[in-house]
Design a protein around this ligand. Sequence first.
Ligand code: BEZ
Ligand code: FE
Length: 272
Amino acid sequence: MGAEDSRLDEVFDNLLTTLRNFVKENRITHDEYRRAVAFMTEVGQKGEVSLLCDVFIEVSVDAADNSGRSGTITTIEGPFYVHDAPMLNSPCVLPQRLDESGPVLLFTGTVLSSKGEPLPGAVLDLWQSDTHGLYSHFDIPKNEAPYNLRARVTTDRQGKFDVQTRLPAPYEIPKSGPTGALLAALQRHAWRPAHLHMKVEHSGHRTLTTQLFLKKDPWIDSDVVEGAVKQALIVDPVMHDDADDLHRRNFSEPYFTLSYDFLLEPAISKAA
Ligand code: BEZ
Ligand code: FE
């Protein structure tokens, strides 16, 4: 039996034991069991498996998989990542519609090793909602705005990135399906505070999946995804409204700047 099979055996045995104990301890009735099966069937039919799991379980997977990790703290990926966003070199502007609304955000920083060495050629894979809290390819059909506010940005020779995007907005996760019905039954709201998502990659380093959250967001202390917001990931972009500066930059409205450095730990060596 291969290593993978023994891992499956161990994990599946443990899962079954946990579930059977749960059923016993909570005296689950047959009616409740059937309702749970119907709920999971609907979750599958409505394409909400990732949504449901990412709301309730991914935080624990992130904690288990990243415990003891050095460098920038991780958080969940969520269900709205697409793996093949356009590759751009820094400095760059994220793909956006001609009439994209919302304040401009100039997002800069450096990707470093956990020892503090800059990492040229690192890839910052960014995705976010627009100013209405909508994600391209999910809430906005792909053919309407392909890869809107998504890109894989390569750092320059100093390991720096310089990205022009839009300030994201708070976001209500889809409420019309079974995940929303469950939240409503639990009397929980469906809001996530505004955030930027990123995966940061560099050869020889462990890929970092994380998010940055906006400090002044009304939902910052009550994310529907309990435990996803972490103190070190809360940022407070600076607003700029000097008329001359705006004129020079050809911006018609105040803009924001945000600087954040990402630290990557070395890849786990696969010793023989
Ligand atoms: C999000 O990042 O948008 C998200 C994360 C987990 C569940 C739903 C949405
Ligand atoms: Fe998100």
